[in-house]
Design a protein around this ligand. Structure first.
Ligand SMILES: *Cc1c(COP(=O)(O)O)cnc(C)c1O
Length: 372
């Protein structure tokens, strides 16, 4: 048991490896995992997660920015690291110096990368309908002509699905169109004698909902961490994913609140009867959304306790009237299991009106990450 912290994250590395195995079993044999370890590995700790994955044979990773990629290199990650987002020309030197692979966000950017002068490895982004990054899939000539740019070392071509988590006909039709557009760009390049590149299209929900697809990589984020985005998400492939992260803090003190007394900033909660309340050592600076004020739950000694009053920067308050044994120093579980009770990241997120991806990726620097 971890004894030190005020608020911390416990990582279950067995669950991480279990998820890797479960997801690998779902992927076609020639498809490798390219885990998304951006945003500090969705809050889990990029160095810890990256190293554990590398030790288990994973050779490709994707991140959002050059600084995230450099942090991984400094942690000892030696394989391919794809930067999914835009990199300013000021940082092109780092792409070369750290042997990173950059996403080509559109044709003008391909020219800009090539004009840097030193060869840079890239994956070409193709926009098949998300309309965020990537050269539009219709512009086949422009896409093909990127291979004539002198300093681009194109090792991959990819696109991104924007409704693959959806189960409505509209969402499924849209996703099928995106898949077709991507496959048709790849076929066009092949017909033109360009074959020496890897392909990838799916993120977690792309894999879980379209498991029959066959590309070279799958950019899996949230599923690898054993979380679903929302508690009621249904997926075509149903696999046993196990949560890697448990978020914990401690009870700082317990006190009585008389009927009519209020708690916290703005007198936002007033007791209607005598209550026992506890202050907990975690707050919005650690990534607990302030929007959870009077809405969220935590687990104490295997029982649920409601958050009351406004979430503070470093603390929050809970109602422990029914948890008579609750005392200062006790562990509080915000995300994860405690006794028979569990609050999944997706459930925690739903109380705050968001998805687990946002909650996890915003878990703060101040939280210590402890691998178990
Ligand atoms: C973050 C990201 C992923 C991973 O998405 P998950 O839904 O968490 O699996 C994949 N591809 C791109 C382009 C991303 O930005």
């Amino acid at each position: 048991m971890y004894q030190k912290g005020r608020a911390w994250i416990e990582l279950n590395m067995n669950h991480l490896l279990h998820n890797v195995t479960a997801l690998k079993a779902l992927l076609p044999a020639q498809c490798a995992m390219m885990p998304a370890v951006k945003a500090n590995a969705y809050g889990h700790g990029a160095a810890l997660i990256g190293k554990a994955l590398q030790k288990n044979g994973i050779r490709s990773f994707c991140v959002a920015s050059v600084s995230e990629a450099i942090a991984l290199r400094n942690a000892g990650i030696t394989g391919e690291i794809l930067v999914l987002g835009y990199t300013t020309p000021h940082q092109f030197t780092d792409l070369a110096a750290y042997s990173l692979t950059q996403t080509v966000v559109d044709y003008p950017y391909a020219r800009e990368l090539s004009s840097f002068g030193t060869p840079i490895s890239v994956h070409v982004g193709i926009d098949t309908g998300m309309h965020r990054l990537g050269e539009p899939s219709e512009n086949r000539e422009a896409i093909r002509s990127m291979w004539s740019l002198k300093n681009l070392n194109i090792t991959g071509v990819f696109s991104h699905l924007c409704a693959s988590d959806g189960t409505t006909n509209t969402e499924r039709d849209y996703t099928r169109k995106q898949i077709q557009k991507f496959q048709s760009v790849v076929a066009y390049l092949h017909r033109n004698g360009i074959r020496d590149f890897k392909t990838h299209l799916q993120g977690s929900y792309g894999v879980l909902n379209y498991p029959q697809l066959s590309f070279d990589y799958a950019r899996i984020g949230i599923a690898l961490y054993g979380a679903y985005s929302s508690p009621d998400d249904q997926t075509v492939a149903q696999i046993d994913l196990r949560p890697v992260l448990t978020l914990k803090a401690r009870i700082e003190c317990v006190r009585l609140l008389h009927a009519g007394e209020s708690v916290g900033y703005g007198l936002d909660y007033t007791a209607v009867r005598e209550m026992r309340i506890a202050a907990v050592s975690i707050g919005y600076a650690d990534g607990i959304p302030r929007d959870l004020s009077n809405k969220g739950y935590v687990l104490v000694n295997g029982q649920r306790a409601k958050m009351i009053g406004r979430i503070c920067m470093d603390q929050l308050l809970i109602d422990v009237s029914e948890i008579t044994q609750a005392a200062a120093g006790d562990e509080v579980v915000l995300i994860g299991k405690c006794g028979d009770q569990e609050i999944a990241a997706s459930e925690f997120a739903a109380y705050a009106g968001t998805i687990s991806n946002e909650i996890l990726s915003r878990l703060g620097e101040r939280l210590e990450r402890v691998a178990g």
